[in-house]
Design a binder for this molecule. Structure first.
Ligand code: NDP
Length: 237
């Protein structure tokens, strides 16, 4: 059966962390939310949690590094929805552990690029036909990071920083290509947030980390496209 909600969002990596909290906040704003998760049972638990709070959350198995998995997700999605208003490319990994570019493990760099940079391109390509059917104009949000900023980039986590800087370039390319289709594309940094990735000493609670992503998905003017944002303000590239 297809969802009766008029506003529909898909979030990759939404079974935990920032993605899960973004899902909750979008549900509160009246969206039906597809919970992208590479692990079906984790995705189902995350959905059950939101459904028990009275929201419409739908589990969508999707591994952003696997083109077959993405195509299967498109098939599952099409059985449940006719259009997509908001795509949030949130799934990400951080494997750097104190590496320096001078001794960077390039296999780790390849894995990081595959998830953080190439994954969002593949997911966007395959879900584009649904975004083009959004009645109010679609929105794509690529979840980036402060360490992607070339102005601030120093020695921290080179593979991760490079992958997110490249994701910002993906944002610019997509924004330019999709402007005529009335689809806004932006990068948003959640700030350093307390999740499995951010760690226990991160200053931001997950609710705060999700806020700017939700703002970009809902209240930001649709004319804002091709930007890099944190706390609803433009960041230096
Ligand atoms: P978490 O590590 O808590 O969650 C990451 C999520 O991504 C999990 O759901 C994980 O799934 C999923 N994921 C990883 N690889 C894949 C894949 N190949 N396919 C599908 N899903 C995948 O991270 P956060 O919630 O902290 O981070 C969310 C986003 O925010 C990331 O893009 C991150 O880079 C960014 N960010 C986070 C910051 C922070 O301080 N926390 C700061 C700046 C940016 P699984 O459970 O199966 O592993």
């Amino acid at each position: 059966m297809k969802t009766q909600h008029s506003k529909i969002a898909l979030i990759t990596g939404a079974n935990r962390g920032i993605g899960h909290e973004v899902a909750r906040q979008l549900c509160k704003r009246g969206f039906a939310v597809f919970i992208g998760s590479r692990d079906f049972s984790k995705g189902r638990s995350a959905c059950e949690e939101l459904c028990s709070e009275g929201y419409e959350a739908i589990c969508l198995p999707i591994d952003v590094t696997d083109p077959v998995s993405i195509r299967q997700a498109v098939g599952t999605f099409s059985q449940k929805a006719d259009h997509l208003d908001v795509l949030i490319n949130n799934a990400g990994i951080l494997e750097d552990h104190g590496e320096n570019i001078l001794c960077l493990n390039t296999e780790m760099l390849e894995r990081t690029l595959k998830t953080n940079t190439i994954g969002p391109i593949l997911v966007t390509q395959d879900f584009l036909p649904f975004l083009q059917k959004s009645p109010d104009g679609g929105r794509i949000i690529n979840v980036s990071s402060g360490v992607a900023s070339l102005e601030n980039m120093e020695t921290y986590a080179p593979a991760y920083s490079i992958s997110k800087a490249a994701l910002n370039a993906v944002t610019r390319q997509l924004a330019s290509s999709l402007k005529e289709h009335n689809i806004a594309v932006n990068s948003v940094s959640p700030g350093w947030t307390r999740t499995d990735m951010g760690g226990a000493s991160a200053p931001r609670p997950v609710e705060k980390g999700a806020e700017a992503i939700v703002w970009m998905a809902t209240d930001a003017p649709l004319a804002e496209t091709g930007g890099f944002w944190q706390d609803n303000k433009r960041m230096p590239w």
